[in-house]
Design a binder for this molecule. Structure first.
Ligand code: SF4
Ligand code: SF4
Length: 305
């Protein structure tokens, strides 16, 4: 069966061969109400029996996992920004001032570089994007990665052979090989729970409803309304990330409302499915091969003359 490799796609599950299927389900993560409690990280680990991450504290922030990985299917990013930027998007989020400058022995203390308003924290619970065009799935040689009837992307660890092709294919750096195990792991969007009509564990545990689970079309409408609300309140810099079906991956099944540039949260600004250029690459390879054959034939005929 063939399926499209890029561009907007109306029926993701249908494109993957599911004839009668439920609506596409996904996540809308509204980072403007994330308080960084990490209940989602804990709930994900508990429900899915994900082993601990190594617990190597970075010493740089309250973010102790650093990034998504084979044993970190949810990652709560803590982004600390200096005061100058806080005025752009002041939501009354928790913040703290800089430490009082120590007085110099012979005069007043140095003024802190971070100025009056101190620091603001941006928090965001990151996860697999369950892309419309999932390169991880397209390159998997064993069929371990598959598209579910809900339009989500799931890896079946029991038939993963650990080749690792999916790891560089993912434009977001999500899927990963677990050291000591050798197989690839990532968020399943709680396939076992949603099949029973339950909410994924992370969304269920989120106390502020920053992580919202539901039908993707409805979530996109809700996100548009929330963005309008923030703009009305004068919040500068708010934007949706992954909600546009015209983007490089055809839109994400898990998308976000961010308060700053994606790079600030460690997200790629313009992700593109790595299989997008496959067709044109093969066309160029075919043209080059034909050219070589032509040169070979011409030199053979020229030699005979
Ligand atoms: S974010 Fe990466 S791992 Fe998740 S579906 Fe997309 S390509 Fe696959
Ligand atoms: S949907 Fe399930 S597997 Fe995915 S991050 Fe949430 S709890 Fe973990």
């Amino acid at each position: 069966m063939s399926h499209s490799l890029f561009g907007p796609l109306e029926d993701v599950a249908g494109d993957a061969g599911h004839e009668a299927h439920p609506p596409r389900m996904g996540f809308f993560t509204d980072t403007s109400v994330c308080i960084g409690c990490k209940a989602c990280e804990v709930a994900c680990k508990e429900w899915n029996l994900v082993p601990e991450d190594g617990l190597s504290l970075t010493g740089m922030s309250y973010d102790n996992t650093g990034a998504l990985g084979a044993s970190t299917w949810r990652h709560v990013a803590f982004v600390e920004q200096p005061a100058g930027r806080a005025s752009r998007t002041d939501l009354g989020m928790p913040g703290m001032g800089p430490p009082e400058p120590a007085p110099a022995p012979d005069g007043p203390g140095q003024e802190s570089e971070s100025g009056e308003g101190g620091v603001r924290w941006l928090m965001s619970s990151d996860v697999c994007k369950h892309c419309t065009h999932a390169a991880c799935l397209d390159v998997c040689p064993t069929g371990s990665l598959f598209r579910t009837e809900f339009g989500t992307v799931v890896v079946q660890s029991d038939i993963c052979n650990g080749c690792g092709y999916c790891v560089p294919a993912c434009p977001y750096g999500v899927i990963d090989i677990r050291p000591g195990d050798g197989r690839a792991f990532k968020c399943t969007l709680c396939y076992d729970r949603i099949g029973e009509g339950l909410t994924p564990a992370c969304a269920k545990a989120c106390p502020t409803e920053s992580i919202q689970y539901g039908e993707l079309d409805e979530l996109r409408e809700r996100a548009g309304r929330r963005l309008g609300q923030l703009e009305e309140q004068g919040v500068d810099g708010a934007r949706l990330y992954g909600a546009d079906p015209e983007d490089g991956v055809g839109g994400d099944g898990a998308f976000f409302l961010l308060l700053d540039e994606p790079e600030v949260y460690g997200l790629p600004p313009d992700p593109v499915v790595t299989t997008r250029d496959l067709a044109s690459m093969w066309r160029h390879v075919g043209a080059a091969a034909l050219g070589l054959v032509g040169v070979g034939v011409a030199s053979f005929l020229g030699g005979r003359r």
